[in-house]
Design a protein around this ligand. Structure first.
Ligand code: ATP
Length: 227
């Protein structure tokens, strides 16, 4: 069976110079996959390339088995939700209008994130950082993507909100979504993850199930995540 999202020997970078080299990565339905690595390891470059914002420099990206180039490109990209630390909401519009603008609409977003209900009439720009990120995630998931790419979803947020955002991602995965996360909150993210890739200098140097990695977390943090 095809993976929801697959990178095959993907190279990515800027102005023709690769900073991510021959990356092989898969996300299956129902999986939360973490992409870890020290600053500058290539996580954001990988996420932007998978999301279609940066052209790849080699290799292939497949979504549900279809290479995302040529005529399949647009259709495939619709299957992908992308959330970053820049919250991608319209600050001068109400929460309600932000949700209505999303492809899934108001109802599904509130079902996923009921705590947004009490903010519906508020300008999105007046919400706290955590609430804004709930809005961004609720809107992205309500659109019904097959794959969610989340780059630093919980950057700078309080632990309780981080936990809530991760819980929502876990639940969406339990319902069949595939999620690829870049997270600074490694220990918290590990609690919801199924598999992990560790990048160093643009290459995968370690991968395995979250269960395998949990016992090695201190070693992984010391050896690979500290720069
Ligand atoms: P961080 O955790 O610091 O965000 P990262 O793992 O996401 O790190 P990237 O941001 O993907 O890493 O950066 C990988 C490499 O690409 C780094 O050497 C970085 O300097 C370089 N890079 C990032 N953005 C650009 C850009 N717009 N132009 C040129 N080089 C860039």
């Amino acid at each position: 069976m095809s993976a929801l999202l697959e990178a095959r020997s993907l190279s990515a970078g800027y102005h023709g110079t690769a900073v991510v080299h021959e990356l092989d990565l898969r996300v299956e339905p129902g999986e939360v996959v973490l992409l870890l690595g020290a600053n500058g390891a290539g996580k954001t470059t990988t996420m932007h390339t998978l999301a279609g914002g940066l052209p790849s420099l080699g290799g292939e990206i497949l979504i549900e088995g279809e290479p995302v180039r040529g005529p399949a490109h647009r259709r495939c990209r619709k299957q992908v939700g992308f959330v970053t630390e820049e919250r991608m909401i319209f600050g001068s519009m109400s929460v309600e209008d932000n949700l209505k603008l999303g492809r899934g609409g108001l109802g599904p977003a509130l079902e996923l994130m009921p705590e947004l209900e009490k903010f519906l009439r508020r300008k999105a720009g007046l919400l706290s950082g955590g609430e804004q990120q709930m809005l961004a995630l609720g809107r992205a998931l309500a659109a019904g993507p097959r794959v969610l790419l989340a780059d630093e979803l919980s950057f700078g947020l309080a632990p309780l909100i981080v936990q809530r955002l991760l819980e929502v991602v876990r639940k969406a995965a339990d319902d069949g979504l595939g999620a690829l996360l870049v997270e600074q909150h490694v220990r918290q993210a590990m609690t919801i993850a199924d598999r992990i890739y560790v990048l160093r200098r643009g290459r995968v140097i370690l991968q395995g199930t979250a269960d395998e990695m949990r016992g090695r977390l201190s070693e992984i943090e010391d050896s690979y995540l500290s720069g």
